[in-house]
Ligand binder design. Structure first.
Ligand code: GLY
Length: 437
């Protein structure tokens, strides 16, 4: 079976590793291709020099290389309708069609859907550049902190937690007049701030039936203790044991997952693929912060090592409407992913620094490449997020955390930066120094 994996970050490195090691792939003498590769992904896949948003060239390649199945990592090709276009050509693909991917590409669509389907979420109002005066009046009336979100895709720049009116008003002006998120910020929403525990839920679905992967937690802020600017994600852990329980899991299914799938189906927007539910748990009650139409990064790097059953068959079952016949098996392991970033990230950062020490990591760790490239036989840093180092343990999360940090200590590049406290929310009574040692 020939497979094309689209996207080339840490998430896709984890996807490539997991697909490559699926018995259904290994037993089939197929080939895995990836756009556009990186030194981690290239261990499993042949790189193809086509941009992930160049849908025309991707279709031409898929037909020529006799691709049997395509797996889409990032949201941009999904929001551009890659699934619709591939399926029109008779090509099998994992992911939602454009009309269902709207759940991520328009925040106001997602919020209105939640309102209609009675799905718990923060109170909100939608505004645009054309009624900015009304937004100003609204901002003068509300409590702070408040959340300002660009309506469209904004690569992590579209959400601001405003501590007061001044910050909120500056943000709205940045969105509408200073092009902070391009066209994505011309429409925006203002919503209540929620405080609690964040949980990421990956739901693999064929639109009707679904399987929930192990719950995970993303550490989005740049500094320890969840301080500083938001990033693409500085680390993640899975599974979540603390504060998750059967009652809460039932509420997540009956109040969020099932109503959203049903509502999308009724609107003729059947969702297939991975529905990412970003939740806030407040006093054992789940609220939706956001829906995404794809796997999350860096949660994928911590979640996939916990899947025991054939991963490629899971993705195929979604595409072939066979989720109810798929037997999802999860192992008892724990995983902690720590992102090694370039100094300066998420603002201007250094790049082209040589990375060494991969051969010295411990055998309980995996290294996925997020932003690296090869030059003259050397591996160089290339992006803001450079590597995702995942520690695994069969006994405890704390062991998984230690395994990740031990491996990180062996990997060097000039200006390397990483958080020292990934996982701390699960050990809130433990000292952070203990975790990093
Ligand atoms: N981890 C957040 C995201 O993938 O959007």
């Amino acid at each position: 079976m020939n497979i094309l994996l689209i996207g080339n970050g840490g998430r896709e490195n984890a996807l490539a590793w997991k697909i490559f090691n699926s018995p259904s792939f290994r037993n089939n003498n197929g080939k895995l291709y990836n756009t556009t590769g990186n030194p981690g992904i290239n261990q499993f896949a042949e790189p193809v020099e086509i941009k992930e948003y160049d849908l025309k060239s991707l279709i031409t390649f898929a037909l020529k290389a006799k691709i049997d199945f395509t797996v889409v990592g990032p949201e941009i090709p999904l929001s551009k309708g890659i699934v619709n276009k591939f399926e029109r050509e008779g090509l099998k693909i994992f992911g939602p069609a454009r009309e269902a991917a709207l759940i991520e590409s328009s925040k106001s669509f997602a919020k209105n859907l939640m309102l209609q389907a009675n799905i718990p979420t923060a109170r909100f109002k939608t505004f645009s550049k054309n009624n900015i005066k009304e937004a100003e009046q609204h901002l003068k009336r509300i409590d702070y902190p408040a959340v300002i979100k660009a309506d469209g895709l904004a690569a992590g720049k579209g959400v601001v937690i405003a501590k007061d009116f001044k910050v909120a008003w500056e943000t709205v002006n940045d969105f509408c007049f200073n092009g902070r998120c391009g066209d994505s910020g011309i429409n925006f929403i203002i919503e209540d701030f929620m405080e609690g525990e964040e949980v990421s839920v990956f739901v693999i679905t064929d639109g009707e039936d679904y399987k929930v992967l192990p719950y995970s937690q993303d550490y989005k802020k740049i500094y320890d203790g969840d301080m500083g600017k938001n990033t693409g994600g500085m680390g993640s852990i899975a599974p979540l044991k603390k504060f998750m329980n059967i009652v809460l899991e039932e509420k997540i299914k009956s109040r969020i997952i099932e109503p959203v799938l049903k509502a999308l189906m009724q609107m003729n927007r059947k969702f297939k693929g991975c529905l990412y539910c970003g939740l806030m748990i407040v006093n054992n009650e789940p609220f939706v912060v956001e829906f995404n139409c794809r796997f999350g990064d860096p949660e994928t790097q911590a979640v996939l090592p916990l899947i025991e059953s054939d991963f490629l068959e899971l993705l195929l079952a979604s595409s072939e409407n066979q989720i109810k016949n798929y037997n999802l098996e999860i192992n008892n392991d724990y995983a902690c992913c720590v992102v090694m970033a370039s100094g300066g990230y998420p603002d201007n950062y250094d790049r082209e620094k040589e990375i060494t020490g991969f051969e010295n990591i411990n055998r309980y760790s995996l290294v996925f490449h997020s932003g690296t490239r090869v030059s003259e036989g050397k591996i160089l840093s290339y992006g803001g997020r450079v590597l995702s180092v995942v520690g695994i343990s069969q006994t405890s999360l704390i062991e998984a955390v230690k395994n990740a940090y031990e491996s990180i200590s062996k990997i060097s590049f000039a200006g390397k930066y990483f958080r020292k406290d990934i996982g701390y929310r699960q050990f809130i009574s433990n000292s952070k120094e203990e975790l990093a040692n």
